[in-house]
Ligand binder design. Structure first.
Ligand code: ATP
Ligand code: MG
Length: 374
């Protein structure tokens, strides 16, 4: 693969991160959205399909599709169009001269892996392919080969342990508390204080509020008490129409859902339970290694204060031995960690034999993908 252009693609359910192997950040990050005009034929001169930000701009007059949901491709026709857009429009690369690292969810099934390989080799005539499990890439990005990855994007939320570069699938613990749910939770918190956010544009504003003003309280009870006595945590937020709203407890109550879901009526395990359950599914000998190397990833792991609080909560819960001291790594580029890991991996000489080449595909058939990338 070393003599070809390497493209790294992480298509999330909300954001696609795309760029060249060996670079430190993606060339482009755009919504994983495809738009088609609702009424065909009236606008002959215009393209039939739009992608990314252009698709979002036209959502009022189009049918918008998000071809990835919960880490899996759910609309293959639109996904094919999106890959075309990525290679030719975003990257200006002809796939017949390129190799591609594609980040995939750790629970991606055999048939989906085969279909990805089939489309990329048959339709796009790609030269080399590397289907990389996202948590393994996150660890690469953090300079590790073993650890526990807690990934939380827009629709995926899971923890998984990775040993010597191989994600241990049986240790995966999925959670329902993902970025979309945190947004819904914020929406409800605002409804209670009289602010309504419901249109697609308003939901985008909620995503911005999550990003810009929300934070994880170090101690929830103390934060509530301080908020009642001093009101220091309130901030005013300017909406795009010029109005200003006052945001108070919602700032820390939004991400508190990750730590105390029961407070808000959700009967589900919290982030600490999930990480501990993942670690409990590994051999006793490796538990210390995993506790020492907990790595956060995904846009919804970007809340300020999350790593400190997580560490405190893990310590409070204790572990089986003193060596199992938790350590939480919150890379400052963790919102794009799978992409960064893919960029590193694509250039590693020790990984060159792990690629699936066009020749492998032609001589051994698509089934080879399951042996190369198990
Ligand atoms: N600074 C931030 N603080 C809190 N949440 C954030 C921040 N930045 C992004 N998010 C949230 O992260 C989510 C998007 O993250 P990401 O780009 O990792 O998802 P994705 O890869 O598209 O989705 P998935 O991996 O679930 O398929 C959105 O819910 C967004 O609101
Ligand atoms: Mg993602």
């Amino acid at each position: 693969m070393s003599d070809k252009i390497g493209v790294v693609i992480d298509t999330g359910s909300q954001n696609s991160k795309v760029g060249f192997a060996g670079e430190s950040s993606p060339r482009c990050v755009f919504p994983t959205a495809v738009a088609r005009f609702r009424q065909q034929g009236i606008l002959d001169a215009l393209p039939e399909v739009y992608f990314g930000k252009e698709a979002i701009k036209r959502r009022g007059i189009s049918t918008l599709t998000w071809p990835i949901q919960n880490g899996m491709i759910c609309d293959w026709d639109e996904m094919e169009k999106l890959w075309h857009h990525i290679f030719y429009t975003e990257m200006h690369v002809a796939p017949e001269n390129a190799g591609a690292v594609i980040a995939i969810h750790p629970l991606t099934g055999k048939s989906d892996k085969e279909r990805i390989a089939e489309v990329l080799f048959e339709t796009f005539l790609l030269q080399d392919l590397y289907l990389a499990l996202s948590p393994a890439l996150v660890l690469h990005a953090s300079g590790r080969t073993s650890g526990v990855v807690w990934e939380n994007g827009a629709s995926c939320s899971y923890s998984i342990s990775v040993f010597e570069g191989f994600p241990l699938r049986h240790s995966t613990v999925n959670s329902v508390i993902n970025g979309n749910m945190l947004r819904e939770h914020l929406q409800r918190l605002f409804t209670k204080v009289g602010y309504s956010f419901s249109t697609p544009l308003e939901l985008d504003i909620l995503d911005k509020i999550k990003k810009e003003v929300c934070y994880v309280a170090r101690d929830y009870d103390i934060e509530c008490a301080q908020s009642n006595s001093s009101g220091e945590n309130k901030t005013s937020y300017a909406l795009p129409d010029g109005q200003t709203i006052l945001i108070r407890d919602e700032r820390y109550q939004c991400p508190e859902l990750l730590f105390k879901p029961h407070l808000y009526g959700y009967n589900c395990p919290n982030i600490v339970d999930n990480i501990r359950l993942t670690i409990s599914r590994s051999e006793l000998d490796y538990k210390t290694l995993f506790y020492n190397n907990i790595v956060l990833s995904g846009g919804s792991s970007m809340f300020k204060g999350i790593s400190g609080r997580l560490l405190l909560e893990l310590m409070k819960r204790g572990s089986d031995s003193v060596e199992m001291k938790p350590n939480v790594e919150a890379l400052n580029f963790r919102d794009i960690a799978p992409w960064v890991g893919g960029s590193i991996l694509a250039n590693l000489s020790s990984y060159q034999n792990f690629w699936m080449t066009r020749q492998d595909y032609e001589s051994d058939g698509v089934d080879r993908v399951n042996y190369k990338f198990f």
